[in-house]
Design a protein around this ligand. Structure first.
Ligand SMILES: Cc1ncc(COP(=O)(O)O)c(C=O)c1O
Length: 408
């Protein structure tokens, strides 16, 4: 018999949107979260020069590059990681999966909402999933209380928690105080934390705080080039292991890497060396992107909140999480009582593609959706950014959602 694994919902919505576009329907693609920005020119040039590097690299990745990455993150937010404790791979997704696979049996604490792939990955790895409840009022953040309460559902000795900030699907981050309190709870319960910081460099204030700075003894940080460098399709991810990692654990990670992906693509590693050569040099590029993303996110939230769709202002990345619960009764009267139906109706009636809350760990009856505000062409870095001119589809899509809901 086969394992039951559905195609990742984010990829599915992208496929569905493309099908509708092929039928000449106008679709506003708020479903799929892909950076519209190009990597810096010198990074793209480095990749062009590297195509003849067709040889395999080592499983862990090239040492010089790992040194660059360690320096870059130290400059970025004081995150200390030893080059020998960095793993490079073809995207952080497979690194996350392999970390989970390194455990024979574990309890995996996952928040709702959380990124779509954590739960399927933990399930594929054969682990027991424990849901951490969050709320709109607590900004969809994990709290020490939620962790403590969830521990009575434990079935195994090993505990792993996945933390993600700035978050997908909510664009929200944690304050230093919140991270400290979570670290204290995790330490007391001996929980290994996988801190998914793939959007860290897209913190709108460029002041991302790594969880490993609060819980250095047992945090693995994952990140990579996909989001801040606009290079998702290049497939380049990193995992930072903690200093005193158990040798058998590290060996398992390298072993699993060797039996699955072999190495991060060699030409991409060469380009990555340029991307990671100097954090200060990268700052204007990051500032340019985050200024634009912040302006778009702020526009969306103001307009949606005015239409009684509850949503928090994003602090990083390119997502917001829309809570339609104000309209629950009215929508139910129109036979819309699940987040899937909500997204289907929105797509059909307005051409706006969103992802349902059910994909992020909620019961179907919770009427919420994720919106990725990236359906626009990146403007030139030198030019003045104008929301209406540069992001007409985002502006139109938000108006379409607001007008549609106003009719209920
Ligand atoms: C929260 C989160 N984590 C991890 C990933 C995986 O990124 P990649 O495998 O491209 O490094 C994504 C991609 O969408 C994401 O949104």
């Amino acid at each position: 018999m086969y394992r039951q694994v559905e195609e990742s919902q984010t990829l599915l919505i992208n496929t569905r949107s493309k099908e509708l576009i092929a039928q000449n329907k106008k679709i506003i693609k708020f479903g799929f979260g892909q950076s519209p920005f190009l990597p810096p020119t010198e990074v793209m040039d480095a990749l062009k020069q590297a195509v003849h590097h067709k040889e395999y690299s080592s499983v862990q990745g090239e040492l010089k590059l790992r040194e660059h990455i360690a320096n870059f993150h130290l400059q970025h937010n004081g995150l200390k990681v030893k080059p020998e404790n960095i793993l490079l791979g073809p995207g952080s997704k497979i690194l996350l999966f392999n970390i989970l696979m390194a455990f024979e049996q574990a309890d995996v604490f996952i928040a709702a909402p959380a990124w779509v792939s954590y739960q399927p990955q933990a399930k594929l790895a054969g682990h027991h999933i424990i849901k951490l409840n969050t709320s709109f009022e607590e900004r969809w953040r994990i709290t020490p209380k939620a962790i403590q309460e969830a521990t009575n559902k434990k079935e195994h000795e090993a505990s792993i928690m996945i933390l993600n900030h700035p978050g997908n699907p909510d664009g929200l981050t944690y304050s230093g105080m919140e991270l400290r309190a979570i670290a204290t709870a995790c330490k007391a319960l001996d929980i290994l934390v996988i801190s998914d910081e793939i959007y860290g460099l897209l913190d709108f204030n460029l002041s991302h705080q790594s969880f490993a700075n609060f819980y250095p003894e047992k945090t693995i940080t994952t990140t990579g080039l996909s989001k801040w460098c606009g290079a998702g399709g290049w497939r380049f991810g990193t995992a930072f292991l903690y200093d005193d990692i158990e040798p058998a654990f590290k060996q398992a990670l390298i072993g699993i890497g060797s039996e699955t992906y072999s190495c991060a693509p060699t030409p991409i590693q060469i380009a990555a060396k340029v991307a990671y050569q100097n954090y200060t040099h990268t700052l204007p590029y990051l500032k340019w992107q985050t200024d634009i993303l912040k302006r778009i996110g702020t526009f969306c939230v103001e307009r949606l909140n005015a239409a009684n769709i509850k949503v928090h202002s994003p602090q990083g990345g390119f997502y917001i999480f829309l809570d339609f619960s104000f309209f629950t009764e009215k929508l139910a009267a129109a036979n819309i009582s699940t987040s899937n139906q909500l997204c289907e109706q929105l797509l059909e009636r307005t051409g706006v593609a969103l992802l349902p809350a059910s994909a992020f760990g909620f019961e179907q009856g919770f009427l919420a959706t994720r919106l990725a505000f990236v359906d626009f062409e990146a403007p030139l870095m030198e030019s003045e950014f104008d929301l209406n001119q540069d992001c007409p589809k985002v502006v139109e899509g938000i108006e379409l959602i607001c007008n549609w809901i106003a009719a209920f």
